[in-house]
Design a protein around this ligand. Structure first.
Ligand code: CTP
Length: 215
């Protein structure tokens, strides 16, 4: 099987020295990549800027902006069996990137933001897709309800949900896994390495079921 995995944050430039980003460490995505490799699968890891060494044996694609991540994902998704979109893609980018450093102003400034491309949603809209599509949801409240909404809105097969406060930057996490058919699984707090190998088994199993049901 070939896994396509996105990981880490994206950086959306404002001017040559500033950007919008978030606190994603990339640890969960990298751990899933390692677990899939350990289980003998091929991995394409598309990563935003993080402080982690790329796993040996993965095809590694380094990106910075959401547009670069989107292009790389679309280039490789259809030759993959399981797409796991773990990256914390910035939801907004500057409407205009200043070519020169913006000078300080005593009056404060406003930056107009526009939505970035939603990579997960665009893959979910591909009616002929053959790959299993997995999204992540980091929420601070109403975890289950928000995750169910995301699963439907983005038309994924699986959503892996976690509390945004306890997962980001940490080596541990606890997960709620929601499936398209309404099934739900909980994995209580554990190291990301353990969670990753459980997730890889769950994804392979779902991919198998999807094939046998031919949906
Ligand atoms: N995602 C993506 N492209 C984006 C934004 C998000 O592919 N531009 C993916 C993430 O990789 C993750 C999932 O969508 O798998 C959930 O992202 P999230 O930001 O939590 O969802 P949103 O739709 O932005 O909802 P909200 O921020 O309102 O919770």
């Amino acid at each position: 099987m070939t896994f396509l995995i996105t990981a880490g944050p994206t950086r959306e430039p404002i001017d040559p020295v500033r950007y919008i980003s978030n606190r994603s460490s990339g640890k969960m995505g990298y751990a899933i990549a390692e677990a899939a490799l350990d289980a003998g699968h091929e991995v394409i890891l598309i990563s935003g800027p993080v402080n982690l060494a790329p796993p040996r044996n993965a095809k590694f694609i380094s990106v910075s902006t959401s547009d670069e991540m989107s292009d790389a994902v679309h280039q490789h998704a259809n030759s993959s069996d399981i797409c796991v979109l773990c990256a914390a893609v910035a939801d907004y980018k500057a409407a205009k990137v200043s070519p020169v450093k913006i000078k300080k102003s005593a009056n404060g400034i406003s930056i107009q933001l526009v939505p970035t491309r939603d990579i997960l949603q665009s893959l979910g809209r591909q009616s002929t897709r053959k790959f299993l599509l997995v999204g992540f949801a980091a929420e601070t409240d109403y975890l289950e309800a928000n995750a169910v909404k995301k699963l439907r809105a983005k038309n994924c097969d699986i959503i892996v949900a976690n509390d945004a406060r306890s997962g980001m930057e940490s080596d541990e996490n606890e997960l709620l896994i929601l499936f398209r058919d309404g099934e739900m699984k909980k994995i209580s707090r554990a190291p990301k390495k353990f969670l990753a190998s459980e997730l890889v088994k769950i994804f392979l199993n779902s991919r198998e079921n999807r094939l046998t049901k031919n949906v």
